[in-house]
Design a protein around this ligand. Structure first.
Ligand code: IMP
Ligand code: MG
Length: 178
């Protein structure tokens, strides 16, 4: 099995690029079907979602816009529970169908904060699309409309996800070994 390490922590292969791409195509097909003629506004959460957003948008065939926000909650391999907005939204979600794009939903604190902030600006609706979902640690009641792959409650890196800035460039996803 493929292994990799950063900061003396060992990671082993969890998901291949092919599995990830298949999941992204499925999400894109669902969105193409559900949002035809609705001109959705995608809002991707930096940094982690940059790769997911790029690959997903290549498969979106309906009219749409995309913008980015930057939120931070993790330090090392643990969630601080404290979500901070580092870059805010520069496009109006007023009377728009908004789809938040996340790399991974863990506790749900990030999407909760972002969603609330979008709802103060009168969108038509706000839905969530996440590539990875740690269902067991999810604490919110917000429905996840598009969820790619459920992952175990372990720290993962690759395909946009990092450990203190490293590993975002990996095409596959690796999980921290016990
Ligand atoms: P939440 O706010 O607890 O749902 O955490 C979501 C954010 O934390 C994601 O946008 C990621 O940036 C980061 N995150 C959560 N789990 C992991 C992980 O296993 N690896 C890397 N980043 C993670
Ligand atoms: Mg993130």
């Amino acid at each position: 099995m493929k292994k990799i390490s950063f900061f003396e922590k060992n990671f082993s292969l969890l998901l291949t690029e092919q599995e990830i791409m298949r999941s992204i195509e499925k999400i894109a097909n669902d969105i193409n079907r559900d949002y035809e003629l609705k001109n959705p506004l995608f809002i991707a959460v930096l940094n982690g979602a940059f790769m997911f957003a790029a690959d997903l948008l290549k498969h979106i065939q309906i009219e749409c816009d995309i913008s980015f926000v930057k939120y931070s909650s993790y330090s090392g391999t643990t969630s601080t529970g404290n979500v901070t907005e580092l870059i805010g939204l520069d496009v109006s979600p007023y009377q728009r169908h908004v789809i938040i794009l996340e790399d991974i939903v863990d506790s749900g604190a990030t999407i909760d904060l972002l969603r609330r902030s979008i709802y103060t600006r009168q969108p038509i609706d706000v839905k969530i699309a996440t590539l990875f979902f740690k269902k067991v640690s999810y604490t919110m009641n917000i429905p996840i409309s598009y969820s790619g792959i459920e992952v175990p409650n372990k720290f993962i890196i690759g395909y946009g996800l990092d450990i203190d800035g490293k590993g975002r460039n990996l095409r596959d996803v690796y999980q921290l070994e016990d």
